[in-house]
Design a protein around this ligand. Structure first.
Ligand SMILES: [Zn+2]
Length: 379
């Protein structure tokens, strides 16, 4: 096969209650630095999920500035506001603690403060050059895998998504603390968990950069997630199920960081941009129709994934299992349940066709008509 690169985060720490030990876990990275800029959102802060981390850092006599204004699909203005605060504070280290949006914002802050590149010059693949400030990422949901990807997605204007994708966005340390995720509501656990499964599935079938290392991670991640998602949703305080979800999401993240996702994500993005449907739910909705469309090109790979999970080795085996899981965990499976009507579909399909950076990875060419048919199939 062709030569390939595989990259990932150099230090991953997994431990229940790890955030209470954060200053110790990150001691070598922190070194003599004193000013820590912590990026999160107001919901995560209100739930007390940053408290143990902040206490650990302050007990080590570090000065912590908390930026808690991240919102879903973070707008550029929020990133620039965080940048201003981080500069005024004199941030030396950046920590992102929260969902994908908080981690994506933290990555950009580390990059903006560490290099003299403007945000506009970073958009796209391999345009951000770094260097960046030291960066620690701690997920509070098991889904995006953002703690091990080199990607930040932000929103420009009303609904345009722009991505920064470059190796300097790999963090120095990713910390998985299952205790942070014990209180996640069932709907969030379900949607983010299915999103992580989509990362594994799309990474495994990525047309261009799929490779033996990303394949192994996708398979291992998908199996972990599949084994834990129902229990994590139905018995929310099962810490082993929660840790398996976090681990599975990380493995899937390592896979798709190197073998990028395709049309499920491309068709999911406009649902977030136009209707503010959460990323995980958008992907869960679009998975079945896109996989059925892709089957013509990807049937053998979907069959491998299905058989790896002990299912009937076919696209149908895999898709029907994903539909069963969505049903068991009780999340929406139709666009009409979310207030989307037939008249909205052409706009969604047109916007999906603009997500070219992902469509090129899809195992089958996605056309406007096919995209429209995918939305219609789940209306
Ligand atoms: Zn995703």
């Amino acid at each position: 096969m062709a030569a390939y690169d595989f990259r990932t985060v150099p230090h991953i720490h997994v431990g229940r209650g790890a955030t209470a030990q954060l200053s110790r876990v990150c001691a070598s990275l922190i070194g003599n630095a004193r000013r820590i800029f912590l990026v999160t959102d107001a919901g995560v802060r209100k739930l007390g999920l940053i408290d143990a981390a902040v206490e650990s850092l302050e007990a080590a006599e570090l000065d912590v500035h908390i930026f808690d204004q991240v919102v879903a699909d973070p707008p550029k203005d929020v990133v620039l506001m965080a940048e201003d605060q981080a500069r005024a504070f004199g941030a030396e280290i950046v920590i992102g603690l929260g969902g994908g949006s908080s981690m994506d914002t933290a990555k950009l802050i580390a990059l903006l403060l560490g290099s003299d590149q403007a945000l506009e010059d970073m958009y796209g693949v391999n345009n951000a050059t770094g260097p960046r400030l030291p960066l620690v990422l701690i997920p509070s949901t098991a889904g995006t895998g953002s703690e091990v990807t080199p990607i930040s997605v932000i929103t420009i204007g009303e609904s345009t998504k722009m991505g920064v994708n470059a190796p300097p966005l790999y963090a120095d340390i990713a910390v998985l603390d299952a205790e942070l995720t014990l209180g996640l509501p069932r709907a969030v656990t379900a949607a983010t968990g299915i999103d992580a499964m989509v990362h594994a599935i799309e990474g495994y079938t990525s047309r261009i950069e799929k490779n033996p290392i990303s394949d192994s991670l996708a398979l291992a991640g998908l199996r972990k997630l599949h084994g834990a998602i129902e229990r994590a949703c139905l018995v929310g305080d099962d810490v082993q199920a929660r840790e398996d979800m976090l681990t599975g999401a990380l493995l899937a993240g390592q896979a798709f960081a190197n073998a990028p996702v395709g049309a499920v994500h491309a068709l999911a993005y406009p649902l977030g941009g136009v209707f503010h449907i959460p990323h995980g739910l958008s992907n869960s909705l679009m998975l079945p129709p896109v996989l059925r469309y892709n089957a013509e090109a990807a049937e053998p790979l979907y069959a491998e994934l299905a058989s790896h999970l002990g299912l009937h080795a076919s696209t149908d085996g895999l898709v029907e299992e994903m539909e069963r899981i969505a049903d068991v965990v009780g999340i929406e499976t139709r666009l009409s349940q979310l207030g989307i009507s037939h008249n909205d579909l052409p706009r969604l399909a047109e916007e999906a066709m603009d997500v070219k950076r992902l469509l090129v990875n899809n195992p089958r060419d996605m056309t406007l008509d096919a995209a429209l048919a995918c939305y219609e199939a789940v209306l």
